[in-house]
Design a protein around this ligand. Structure first.
Ligand SMILES: Cc1cc2nc3c(=O)[nH]c(=O)nc-3n(C[C@H](O)[C@H](O)[C@H](O)COP(=O)(O)OP(=O)(O)OC[C@H]3O[C@@H](n4cnc5c(N)ncnc54)[C@H](O)[C@@H]3O)c2cc1C
Length: 310
């Protein structure tokens, strides 16, 4: 069944998806509600699975209809353009977030937030995920981005990852099947949905782990504009330097386009002052990128993902 028009999408695919248990469907859903920037036009159809089985069935039906769905976690590393997304967005977040422990190993569904996994590990005296305190993404998004901070990254603790592709079948990839680099993984190139992951942790003292989580959070609060809507660091760290330092020395702090501004607290953060459009943010990012290039000859590479239509 190939679907080509918006009417087909609504009538055929929706008809198929509503019959799948454990799926919530929302039509013309503003993605500004699902991104940490609070920015983004509507998705034709937002699909929210609450179980891996529902996710796999939704993926199979969507691909079978000739549509490649856009995958979304907590939307904390994303800029969705103002025109939104024509087609299907599958949001894998706190509705699909089971966490199970077996000794020093955790099996975590992709929608679980790093925050809740961090806390549960700390309570059980399991160490290894403290670096992720304050990263607001899901396990799925964090694996795709190989999220990291303060010397740790997801690749250090991911023992295996289950993914689902176009046929909705789950397959398991072991750590040795994957490669993890700075904010990138081979998982991302596969373009498949992360369903579940196995994390390998170490025994530790709950009070010490909790103290490390608090220290990490305090460092973030001191250096980053954590209370303003943003998508975290805009640019990756260039070889041998820091994007924030280059942006600050180029005079980017405080620059604005519309209601988007370069944070005065940390120059590698763009914040939404309230009512910013994706176009404001993207124009500001391009302007600061050129400013850094003019001043230091470094062409910064974005860390945030930009998706959707103008
Ligand atoms: C205040 C703030 C601080 C931050 N600090 C850090 C930091 O210290 N270190 C860091 O690395 N990042 C940081 N980030 C960025 C962001 O939180 C991470 O990249 C996070 O891992 C993204 O997870 P997410 O669920 O929000 O993914 P999204 O933003 O929703 O998606 C990111 C990418 O992953 C894909 N994706 C999401 N879920 C899945 C899935 N289940 N299967 C397949 N693909 C999927 C999406 O298609 C997209 O390509 C920060 C962001 C903010 C707002």
């Amino acid at each position: 069944m190939a679907i080509h028009s918006g009417i087909d999408l609504k009538h055929c695919l929706k008809h198929c998806l509503v019959r799948i248990p454990g799926l919530e469907l929302r039509e013309n859903e503003p993605l500004s509600r699902h991104t940490s920037f609070g920015i983004g036009g509507p998705a034709d159809l937002l699909v929210i699975p609450s179980t891996p089985a529902a996710l796999c069935a939704a993926l199979a039906a969507t691909y079978d209809a000739g549509i490649s769905p856009v995958l979304l976690g907590n939307g904390t590393n994303l800029i969705v353009r103002d025109g939104g997304i024509r087609g299907v967005v599958v949001r894998i977040a706190d509705e699909m977030a089971e966490i199970r422990f077996d000794g020093t190993r955790a099996t975590v569904e992709a929608g679980a937030s790093l925050a809740s996994v961090c806390l549960q590990c700390a309570r059980r005296g399991l160490s290894g995920l403290e670096f992720a305190a304050g990263i607001p993404g899901t396990i799925g998004g964090a694996l795709i981005m190989n999220a990291g901070a303060y010397g740790g990254e997801m690749g250090d603790i991911a023992e295996w990852v289950e993914v689902a592709g176009t046929d909705g079948e789950i397959r398991r990839l072991e750590h040795a099947d994957l490669s993890f680099g700075y904010r990138q993984t081979t998982l991302r190139m596969l373009g498949e949905a992360v369903v579940r992951a196995g994390l390998g942790l170490r025994e530790g003292d709950p009070a010490e782990i909790h103290a490390r989580l608090c220290d990490t959070m305090a460092m973030r609060c001191a250096k980053q504009p954590v209370s303003s809507p943003s998508a975290g660091s805009i640019f990756k760290r260039p070889e041998g330097d820091y994007a924030g330092r280059l942006l600050e020395s180029a005079g980017a702090k405080g620059l604005c386009v519309g209601r988007a501004a370069v944070s005065r607290k940390h120059a590698n953060f763009v914040v939404n002052l309230g009512g910013a459009s994706a176009s404001d943010v993207i124009r500001l990012i391009e302007a600061t990128r050129e400013l850094v290039y003019e001043r230091s000859g470094v062409w910064l590479e974005p860390e945030v993902c930009v998706i959707g239509e103008d």
